[in-house]
Design a protein around this ligand. Structure first.
Ligand SMILES: *Cc1c(COP(=O)(O)O)cnc(C)c1O
Length: 360
């Protein structure tokens, strides 16, 4: 605390990212990073852009990146809004689309915790909608008539940290029932097995889809994400961005991101490997007695009937394996475990098996 802080800074509850420790031999399964490196073409593009050109400002519109993303999804470049990681894109969405005085933002009780942080930062009231008993999103809660028109609706799909995916028919029903409300689908994990709501953009002009290169493209360190929406929504987000930082993506990030988007073969191999390992891991965890929620992401969310989540997480840590545990209502018995390589997953299962034996 300092007497120089603005009042609202005292009240902030900042997001706590997963730990990035500097311990050798540690197996990091706590922040859903990709276990394989980025595509070699991406690294080559970044090296090629590392030259005298760095004395110049980057393209403030990230034109080539927007064109590459548009081509990948069959959209126009005017429908693509890039940012410095999807967290920044989300911040601009909250600021630019969800600030409507007392109208609340609807979101699940269990979802990406950054949404609540942004609500606080931008003073957006939020209306928390509990997930069903099985941790799925109850569509009727969002399609029902709302006494006060919501400022917006947001959830991750697949949801985080549950990994559970909602189908496109359900997303369409939510969007159709709220035609004057922006419905934001955070698809950070969509490439690991869910259907993308990009397919609905033609029909529903209120849908905003958010993607990141951090997870399925293995580029968490480059900080690139983007929103896909109508041209009019993107124009609004650009107004916010250009009132904050006109150059969110540096030259290296733009060059690397374009190459990553275009290297579809490398991307496809990586994501198939993760999906296969996930299926293996789910079976192994079930054999160890865990209940595992049906995951369409690059992580699994699992709890054991006889063991507390916090204790398991600590025991794994003592054995050099980091997973994510949330001390939050409804989910404090769960561990969120990133799907790494097959070898990583075997080490995790062997260690868990030893822990369970010892503490039973
Ligand atoms: C990881 C993650 C993000 C943030 O991605 P960045 O592009 O790295 O900022 C956003 N939403 C969800 C649900 C995530 O899991």
């Amino acid at each position: 605390m300092s007497r120089f802080w603005s009042d609202h800074v005292i009240e902030l509850a900042p997001y706590t990212p997963g730990e990035q420790p500097k311990i050798a031999q540690l197996l990091k399964l706590n922040t859903n990073e990709h276990p394989f490196g980025p595509s070699p073409r991406t690294l080559e593009a970044i090296r090629a852009a590392t030259n005298d050109g760095l004395r110049l400002y980057p393209d403030n519109d990230s034109t080539s990146l927007r064109e590459a993303v548009a081509q990948l999804h069959g959209l126009t470049a005017a429908q693509v809004f890039p940012g410095n990681g999807s967290d920044e894109v989300l911040a601009h969405i909250f600021n630019g689309l969800f600030r409507h005085a007392d109208r609340p933002l609807l979101m699940p009780d269990i979802t990406y915790s950054f949404y609540r942080t942004y609500c606080q930062l931008y003073k957006i009231p939020c209306q928390i909608v509990p997930l069903a008993e099985d941790f799925s999103i109850r569509v009727s809660d969002y399609t029902a008539h709302h006494a006060v028109k919501p400022a917006g609706i947001i959830f991750a799909n697949p949801n985080a940290p549950t990994g559970i995916a909602l189908g496109l028919a359900d997303i369409e029903a939510i969007a159709m029932a709220n035609p004057d409300v922006p419905v934001v689908i955070d698809e950070a994990y969509v490439d690991f097995g869910a259907d993308s709501a990009v397919a609905l953009l033609r029909k529903c002009d209120n849908i905003v889809v958010v993607h990141t290169l951090s997870k399925s493209r293995s580029l968490a360190g480059l900080r690139v994400g983007f929103a896909l929406a109508s041209k009019e929504i993107v124009e609004g987000l650009q107004r916010v961005k250009d009132s904050f930082n006109s150059y969110p993506l540096d030259r290296l990030a733009q060059a690397g991101a374009v190459a990553a988007i275009q290297d579809t073969a490398y991307f496809e191999r990586g994501r198939q490997a993760i999906i296969q390992t996930r299926e293996w891991l789910v079976k192994q965890l079930a054999t160890l007695g865990f209940e595992v929620l049906p995951s369409h992401a690059n992580f699994v969310f699992a709890r054991h009937p006889d063991h507390e989540g916090a204790a398991l997480s600590q025991a794994l840590r003592d054995n050099g394996i980091l997973v994510r545990h949330f001390s939050l209502p409804r989910i404090d018995r769960f561990l969120r475990i990133t799907v790494g390589t097959r070898e990583n997953s075997e080490r995790l299962c062997n260690t868990l098996s030893e822990i369970l034996l010892k503490t039973h």
